[in-house]
Write a protein that binds this ligand. Sequence first.
Ligand code: DON
Length: 556
Amino acid sequence: MKRHTLILLLLGFTVSGGLRAQKVVTATHGVVVSAHALASQAGLDILKKGGNAVDAAITTELTLAVVFPGAGNIGGGGFMIAHLADGRSLALDFREAAPEKASRDMYIDSTGKARTDWSQTGHLACGVPGTIAGMFAAHPYGRLPFRELIQPAIDLAENGFVLNESEAANLNNTRETFLKNNTVPIAFVRDRPWKAGDTLVQKDLAATLRRIRDKGAKGFYEGETAAYIVAEMHRGGGLISLEDLRSYKAKERAILTFPYRSYTVLTMPMPSSGGLLLGQMLKMIEHNPALAQGYASAAADQLMIEAERRAFADRATFMGDPDFVKVPVVTLLSDKYLQGRMQDFTPGKAGSSQNIQAGVIAPESTETTHFDVIDKDGNCVSVTTTLNGWYGSKTVAGKAGFFLNNEMDDFSIKPGVPNMFGAIGGTANAIQPHKRMLSSMTPTIVLRDGKPFLIAGTPGGTTIPTSVFQTIVDIIDFHLSPEDAVNVPKFHHQWLPDEVDLEKGFPDTTAASLAQMGYTLKHWGRIGATEVIMIQPDGTYKGVADGRGNDAAAGY
Ligand code: DON
């Protein structure tokens, strides 16, 4: 842990969009932490202009759609959790939905084979985008006019922004797939390779954003933009229709809340599994003495791994869009059920996913990026938003100039067939028209004595709930600083495959103890990109941007 912190201090910052990306800020008036320095800065500028945290979140989301095209988006979807200073809470679902013409077996070919190539890239992989509907559904909670909130994104698309080395390399590495999956020339491909210092200009995207500024959500879901999306679908064999776009609605959900020790956790309910998994995992470890062995001890890590295994077994069986399937949330989160789930936990001995299946319950009476914002009044927003894979379907919506998602792969395309994150599922998450695919995204706010204490979240597919889980436990139980909680190596178990994924830098001695207990260990390069804002005892805000990428904190 110390070595990690030292490396970060030595590096101190990265540069993106020509801006120095600060990793840690302490501030009193407001903080934004996101995956890109320009997006954090744009959100901060809105706070300085008198916007609240929701306003700043809308600007940050829209700016990410321009400067972070791999995951920031208007062609994808996501979830927003907010806790407002007046006591109101918000859980906003702007997850993509299956098109009307989608069907359960649409990714099974004539030989019966599940075609993950169809569900993961190109036109057929796209769900109906939710982000713009989400931003307009959030807007009544803000203060400033929408046209002011979207203008920074328009300017950055119109005038361009300067690429750094990793951004240029990402575009170059995806060039062939871009060419394969697009039917018109796109801003992301040019005749010579991109290099650091080049400016990426997105004129078509700027025009789309201007239509949204001038016509509201209809500037996306109807008229010219909708026509471009549907024309692209027709050219490439996708399913999204004008009616799918016209009828798409973001949904306010009842926020998922549960206590952990003396804290209150506010997080996303279905159709994200993330919040429920987080609650299950925290409750499964809360009273177990192994936790007292402390941070990175084999005993505590084993306990957390076994909680992760059991929660993910439940995910595969029970969880899906609550408008289509009844998810037994109350039972799955009940102390009695979760105590039962841990009865066969044996300290010092690996469990087995063959023996541990989803729990038995009685019938009951349901590439991604994360950012956090807090303003001077204590309004907090936590948003995770995604195209699913890096650049989503890698298909631009024709002249509309933005990447469409490949979120359909988050459905269970065939029982037992893993999606791109290795997650499997059954009927609860099978494809149906208009259904929202199960997510793992876990935007979260933790309160202490009813007041904001921590805002947290991360990208990373199925590793999202386990990373948020570890971040909370690292801070609350192991007393790590927010800098360390963000940057220490994470570990991950998702029931199947029955293995523990260890992030680079995970302590060798703990890994050796876990191997001795019988765990199969897999070494991974990098897990997630956790962003955190912690409200300190003196009332100041500490924003910590993940040290793994170009992420940046901004505050004043
Ligand atoms: O909703 C989900 O769970 C996934 N579509 C998230 C994808 C993701 O985090 C990719 N980023 N690393």
